[in-house]
Design a protein around this ligand. Structure first.
Ligand code: MN
Ligand code: MG
Length: 647
């Protein structure tokens, strides 16, 4: 099985009886993030393009099409909507309770799952309780309770792999036994990202090292094929220690036959991955191994169809086909050979039943008023320096940290507040913007304002660190050339949650200068500088001066590679969730009134214009960016509103 495909094709040509071939379909869901209902809880309206209850219908259809099927989930299922928060914080899981995600997975008869990084957001106790009632194996080879000198002696959090012994039927209707080995991995950065929630109870290892160590044992124990559930995206070609998106080197490992990918919330095969050496988007392979990544929030079902044949006491892969089916266009993509192309019903009654009571309870709780705002709060123009969304978070963080540090050794330092927009379009699409009308604020508004269950934290940084911090964020922009029209403003590879803005300062961004950092945080050149005229209280920033910077635990522990962020620089961190800090702040104000002005603006770029991609509803707020003379250019294929702006 693990010899290269060409040899197997050769044996196919040399007279194997194809009627004994077994069609095995491997299905993937990934990065569900508690999207069970086709519902956008932040907008409080249905969204038919996502949700496991709708995907369940695609799963049923896919199962009816072939005799042999396996269904896997690739992780990040436990956190991401208010339903997830509701079970983690409000209702809790009592002894014997079934988490609705687990209940839905049991109902849909998943064969195995692996864990993603977000499974650890709510701490280990909650995760353990949630997993307790899974009626399928949970595998993870690089998430450990205790690492050992030798990888094979590690103590795992779950089992590293599982052998699934199945009966399969061939084309002629004969039954065969097959053993499918399933192994899982997730980014080792979990221990950094979730440090506070895990308190050292978990260790991790490099994904590639872990898979390399365990696959031979799986083979020896009888695995006919090995399926790798990699909660990891398709990134660099070369393996580097502890890399986050490692699917290419993982797929290259001898003995791995099939790869399920995820974590980066993309779709594979797709044009996004064209022209990468070793990646074939027509065949859906990475290093020759069939590979799939099925979007996020239940947007797609991933399918890998294998033709296997028993030959010389072993199973060999004759052929593979990889595809994804999107809920968005389910009617078209449904199964061309099927005579009855049918629209997918709104959702699956069996999954709907499981989530119905939680869904209702969550709707009720997110609609409770908790305060008022006199202004609209949105993130449509966060990249133009106009957003009340980041301003409100900055103020709530600042006031909380000032209270916490009062009387401490750090109390006399100036306090800055760093905020990145959790919702700023990007890969998550044109609906991924905060959009709150003035008037009553509800929990839903706050969930819309702050998506992640981050904890609040504060760092002690120098002016020198802060300059680099700003440069890292300003690398979100493309380099803009003077005298040129309609240049794309943003580098689409840059994640919005790394666009940190430092409230308490005042600074300019020179868009004509080259970026100092790559989107992943790698420094391109120390000579590149976009940040100009940084002032604190009207004075130029002193590189040696010290500041308190309010941020979150994710950032404070080094995520995104921001200068100075490390455990030694942390002066405050506890269990307080940023969203709870926000709720308390809003609840204690008569009414919040947040100015859209952010602490930065652009240096003029003579004769240049740029194109901003934003949400459709930005249309109603263009007055906020009047100084950029906004002109609507229409809607792009992804559904973003394109706005031409003068610079
Ligand atoms: Mn995810
Ligand atoms: Mg992830």
């Amino acid at each position: 099985m693990h010899e290269n495909m060409k040899q197997e094709w050769a044996s196919f040509d040399s007279g194997i009886d194809v009627s004994t071939a077994v069609e095995l379909r491997i299905m993937e869901t990934t990065d569900l993030h508690v999207h069970l209902y086709p519902y956008d809880y932040y907008a409080d309206c249905p969204n038919p393009d996502l949700g496991l209850s709708r995907l369940a219908e695609l799963i049923d259809i896919a199962r009816q099409q072939v005799p042999n099927c396996l269904l896997f989930d690739n992780g990040d299922f436990l956190q991401g909507t208010p339903v997830g928060d509701f079970f983690a914080y409000d209702r809790g899981l009592r002894e014997g309770d079934l988490h609705p995600v687990m209940a839905a997975m049991n109902t849909l008869r998943y064969d195995a799952i692996t864990l993603g990084n977000h499974e650890f957001n709510y701490g280990l106790g909650f995760l353990e309780k949630s997993l307790m009632q899974a009626e399928f194996p949970v595998v993870s080879a690089n998430i450990l309770r205790q690492s050992a000198a030798r990888i094979r002696d590690d103590q795992h959090f779950t089992t590293p792999y599982k052998l699934l012994r199945r009966k399969v039927t061939d084309r002629a209707g004969r039954a065969h036994d097959i053993c499918i080995g399933v192994i899982g991995v997730a980014p080792p950065q979990i221990t950094t990202w979730e440090r506070q929630a895990l308190l050292g109870q978990i260790q991790t290892r490099d994904m590639v090292d872990s898979v390399r160590a365990w696959v031979p044992e799986m083979r020896e124990a009888g695995a006919d094929i090995v399926v790798l559930l990699a909660h990891s995206g398709i990134g660099a070609i070369r393996h580097t220690e502890n890399m986050e998106n490692a699917v290419i080197p993982l797929a290259a490992i001898e003995g791995v036959d099939v790869v399920l990918s995820g974590h980066s919330h993309q779709v594979f095969p797709s044009r996004t991955f064209a022209d990468i050496p070793g990646v074939d988007i027509a065949r859906g392979t990475v290093c020759g191994k069939p590979t799939v990544m099925s979007g996020f929030f239940g947007s797609h079902l991933g399918l890998i169809d294998l033709s296997l044949i028993r030959s010389g006491g072993r199973w060999e892969m004759l052929d593979s086909a990889v595809s994804t089916r999107a809920l968005r266009d389910a009617a078209q993509t449904l199964i061309p050979p099927a005579p009855q192309q049918r629209k997918v019903p709104l959702d699956s009654p069996k999954v709907r039943r499981i989530v119905a009571s939680a869904h209702e309870a969550v709707l009720e709780s997110i609609r409770q008023p908790i305060g008022r705002s006199t202004t609209a709060i949105n993130s449509f123009f966060v990249y133009l320096g106009k957003s009340a969304a980041t301003g409100l978070v900055a103020e709530a963080q600042r006031s909380f940290i000032v209270q916490k540090l009062a009387g401490s050794a750090h109390a006399d330092l100036p306090v800055l507040s760093s905020v990145a927009p959790p919702k700023a379009g990007g890969l998550a699409g044109p609906r991924n913007f905060t959009n709150i009308a003035s008037g009553v604020l509800t929990l839903r508004s706050l969930a819309d304002l702050y998506v992640y269950p981050n904890r609040i934290a504060a760092l002690r940084l120098t002016g020198r660190d802060i300059l680099l911090w700003l440069e890292r964020a300003a690398s979100a922009y493309n380099r803009i050339m003077p005298g040129m029209g309609e240049q794309n403003l943003m580098d689409f590879r840059f994640a919005g949650y790394n666009f940190e803005v430092l409230y308490g300062l005042d600074y300019r961004i020179d868009l004509t200068a080259p970026a100092r950092f790559e989107p992943d945080g790698t420094e391109i050149s120390p000579d590149h500088a976009r940040i100009r005229s940084v002032r604190w209280q009207g004075e130029p920033l002193d590189p040696d001066a010290e500041f308190i910077v309010c941020t979150n635990s994710f950032r404070a522990h080094g995520a995104g590679g921001f200068a100075g962020a490390c455990p030694d620089a942390i002066v405050f961190e506890d269990a307080a969730i940023t969203r709870d800090v926000l709720r308390d702040y809003v609840a204690t104000q008569e009414a919040v009134s947040v100015c859209a002005d952010m602490p930065f603006s652009f240096l003029p770029v003579p004769g240049a214009s740029a194109v901003l991609r934003t949400g459709l509803a930005a249309h109603d707020h263009l007055d906020v960016i009047a100084k950029h003379q906004p002109e609507l250019l229409g809607v792009d294929p992804k559904g973003f509103l394109r706005v031409k702006i003068a610079l």
